[in-house]
Design a protein around this ligand. Structure first.
Ligand SMILES: [Zn+2]
Length: 108
């Protein structure tokens, strides 16, 4: 559990670092490229950046929730069936909320 907490804190620190270095930079549009294609490219790049940002935010929420579960001594139990989760699953993703069986059965 201490290991999971360390892992979560490390990942959170990494995301915060990325947020601080990247997100202040505005998406730069190439002013010399005025063609329709290049504008679509720029829009695609922007959409991609937005997607990455959204995922990062979701990850931050998942990490915060996992850390809270650790603090409340509820970490490592499936949120659906309350069974112990496979430690290997938590090793792969320390923010996992459901056991493999529930994830497969319920599509969680
Ligand atoms: Zn379960």
């Amino acid at each position: 559990m201490e290991q999971a907490r360390r892992k979560l804190l490390t990942e959170r620190a990494e995301i915060v670092a990325v947020l601080e270095t990247n997100d202040h930079k505005p998406v730069k549009l190439d002013q010399t490229a005025v063609g329709r294609l290049s504008r679509m490219d720029a829009m695609q790049v922007q959409a991609l950046a937005q997607d990455v940002r959204r995922r990062r935010q979701q990850r931050m929420v998942a990490i915060a929730k996992a850390l809270q579960r650790i603090d409340e001594d509820e970490y490592g139990y499936c949120l659906n069936c309350a069974d112990d989760m496979d430690p290997k699953r938590l090793e792969i993703d320390a923010t996992a909320e459901y056991c493999v069986a529930c994830a497969e059965k319920e599509g969680l």
